[in-house]
Ligand binder design. Structure first.
Ligand code: FUL
Ligand code: CA
Length: 678
């Protein structure tokens, strides 16, 4: 009884303690719509429009509505995949640069209403927003200002057209969370048959202030995206990474959409920027934004997607991953598999916050309502802060026992502005505190990845900040290693490098089918052909990845040709041959029983060989044809091709293109030989 009474009195004191004022904001600060947007964090892009059917990335504008004819289109499948992948929204290309529109707009004939799809009765925007809502996703709209179809593009009349269409899109389909304005403009186009180049002044032509005002009027909660915001800005690349130092602040008045120096100079934000314009990282599951069968083999791998996640969401930006929806009108199975694997991995990485049970010692607390325990209550609205004027602030977390970890997650309470400029994570050792990792900016969310560490106590120090820190959440995690087989790379001199997909993995290999696997420590030389077996192992759990077995060919150390790029062991480099052939001096007499041809891997490839002839020679003068034929399906699936023949001995080889897929000069990304295995 007494005891309860005592507790009651204590509680009474605590409850009566005067509430301390919140920290003063550090400007700029986000608007309400930006605060709602930043919590979405992860959402999807759908590139699906005329380009899907013309097999292009940028249609010219002279396409016919007849071409638009998906026969299995199912927006519910898109929404289902996106929601299963953990996304909170989807943005659809309502109109891309070619001008075709996915809804029956009253202002153009270049639309679904004149296509065979749903007999011209369809409205893809309607189907899209319905599916999004059914699956709990917020719908967004991509609208290209550049229009290569419209006759008036470049004149003032076109701006009226654009606004009329925006009015349709933003009035008829309910709430839209983001309106995405692309800055791209390549100049030339069909333009109603004029077939010419039309350059506009990107700063003034679109009269952005009034176009933005229209969007605000129709959709007050939608964020406006472009290079220049005004609400959300481009990250400055399409590869899927933000910068380690990323400010949400931007000198917005110095920027306009499509300005040439944007990516270089502005895209990482500015510490003292005048406006709050956080970044969005946009990237596709494949090299292209639109679907091309020839990229079916290029869906990003899980390790790449995991890096993208950490380098975007983990660096104070949102992540917008694109699905190039295919000609059926569906997200392709491989893209679906890829994003679901990413979702599963991220869930695994952040399954358990090790701080949840730790004891916490803060260097100081601002007072009631700003306690350090707010840091892991999973509530972004509650935060820890310190008294005004405090310069250094740090937190010690005691796990109670030695604990293993490899991730730090930290979030600033951005409604009061972005503040932190430098922070450090340390662990306690017998000799004192040791640095584990450090970072510059935090913003809405920052995640640091580092190799596994063990400690009972860790310390997080905010060492430089624009004002007192205001931190919403902190997490320390032990992410399981990404257990994929190592990547194998080769150099022309024969060196083989094995690289693991995760810092914490060990790599094992063997060069002989009968020998034991050995621990890999550094690149090794392979001169003659061998079979390489390799796998990764997590030393913590003793779990192993699947084992891969690949053939490593005789090295190309002695090879000579007019074009190194075709024999440098790097399929990303290529050579274009004016006479459609390549001749290689192998440097010595070699036994061979086949050859390999790697077609060009660039974003816009050309000159794939479709039918070939392969010759060998002893002296480089007298040639003998040993193989001819076709590389079937190379257009749609440009992977390495292999052809075999009876064993030959030769010093020189020649691969000749009889025919290329597009009748362009033959290209060679890499040529190799297959030697008989002993
Ligand atoms: C770019 C466009 O030119 C691409 O086609 C794509 O839509 C991408 C998201 O933005 O600027
Ligand atoms: Ca909190």
């Amino acid at each position: 009884m007494k005891k309860y009474f005592f507790v009651f009195i204590l509680f009474g004191f605590w409850a009566c303690e005067p509430k301390v004022a919140p920290p003063e904001p550090v400007f700029p600060i986000p608007e309400e719509r930006q605060i709602l947007w930043q919590e979405l964090e992860y959402y999807g892009f759908i590139h699906f429009n005329m380009n899907t059917f013309s097999d292009r990335e940028w249609g010219f504008g002279d396409e016919s509505p007849d071409q638009f004819n998906p026969n299995e289109l199912d927006t519910r499948q898109w929404a289902k995949v996106a929601s299963e992948a953990g996304m909170k929204g989807l943005i659809l290309t309502a109109k891309h640069h070619d001008g075709f529109v996915l809804w029956p707009s009253a202002y153009t004939e270049h639309s679904v209403k004149n296509s065979p799809w749903r007999n011209g009765e369809g409205d893809l925007i309607q189907e899209f927003v319905d599916a999004c809502r059914e699956f709990g996703l917020q719908p967004g709209i991509y609208y290209s200002p550049w229009d290569r179809n419209h006759p008036d593009y470049g004149k003032p009349e076109y701006i009226t057209y654009m606004r009329n269409q925006l009015r349709e899109l933003l009035t008829n389909y309910g709430e839209i969370f983001e309106v995405w304005f692309d800055g791209a403009n390549g100049g030339d186009g069909w333009y109603g048959g004029a077939n010419e180049t039309r350059k506009v002044d990107k700063l003034t032509y679109y009269d952005w202030p009034n176009t933005h005002a229209l969007v605000r009027e129709l959709q007050p909660n939608a964020v406006l995206f472009s290079d220049a915001g005004p609400d959300v800005r481009w990250v400055g690349n399409e590869s899927g990474f933000a910068y380690e130092t990323t400010w949400s602040n931007l000198f917005r008045d110095s920027v306009y959409a499509g300005m040439p120096e944007y990516a270089q100079e502005w895209s990482d934000g500015q510490e003292n920027g005048s406006h709050w314009v956080p970044a969005e990282t946009n990237v596709s599951t494949r090299p292209g934004w639109y679907y091309h069968t020839y990229e079916d083999h290029k869906v990003k791998t899980l390790d790449r997607l995991v890096d993208i996640y950490y380098e975007s969401i983990g660096r104070n930006t949102s992540l917008l991953i694109n699905f190039p929806v295919d000609t059926r009108g569906l997200i392709h199975e491989r893209d679906e598999e890829a994003v679901l694997a990413l979702a599963a991995k991220i869930e695994e990485d952040f399954a358990y916050n090790l701080l949840g049970e730790s004891e916490i010692i803060a260097s100081s607390e601002r007072g009631k309502g700003y306690e350090a325990t707010n840091l892991f209550d999973q509530d972004y609205e509650t935060y820890w802060s310190v008294p005004d004027g405090t310069s250094d602030a740090d937190l010690i977390f005691d796990f109670g026992k030695e604990t293993t970890f490899n991730r730090l997650l930290i979030q600033e309470y951005t409604p009061l502005g972005q503040r932190v400029k430098y922070f450090v994570l340390e662990k306690e050792t017998v000799d004192g505190w040791d640095k584990i990792a450090d970072g510059t900016t935090i913003g809405f969310k920052r995640i640091l990845r580092f190799p596994e560490e063990k400690a009972q106590r860790v310390r997080l120090r905010i060492l430089d900040s624009k004002d007192i820190p205001v931190i919403s959440e902190v997490g320390i995690y032990h992410a399981p290693a990404l257990l994929l087989p190592p990547k194998i790379s080769r150099e022309k001199n024969g060196m083989v490098t094995l690289s693991s997909t995760d810092n914490d993995l060990e790599v094992y290999y063997s060069l002989n089918p009968d020998s034991e696997m050995q621990l890999y420590s550094e690149p090794f030389m392979v001169n003659e052909a061998v079979t390489l077996r390799t796998f990764s192992k997590d030393p913590g759990t003793a779990e192993m990845s699947v084992e891969t077995e690949v053939r490593i060919e005789k090295s190309k150390a002695l090879w000579q040709s007019d074009e190194e790029r075709a024999i440098d062991e790097n399929p990303q480099t290529y050579w274009t041959s004016e006479n459609n052939e390549i001749e290689i001096d192998l440097g010595e007499e070699v036994e061979l029983s086949g050859f390999t041809y790697y077609p060009m891997q660039a974003r816009y490839p050309s000159g794939f060989i479709s039918s070939y002839e392969f010759q060998v020679s002893q002296d480089g003068k007298l040639w003998k044809k040993v193989s001819e034929g076709e590389f079937s399906n190379i257009k749609n699936n440009p992977i390495q091709q292999e052809k075999r023949f009876e064993v030959e001995t030769a010093r020189f080889i020649r691969l000749r293109a009889i025919q290329t897929v597009d009748n362009q000069a033959a290209t060679f990304a890499e040529v190799g030989i297959i030697t008989p295995l002993l």
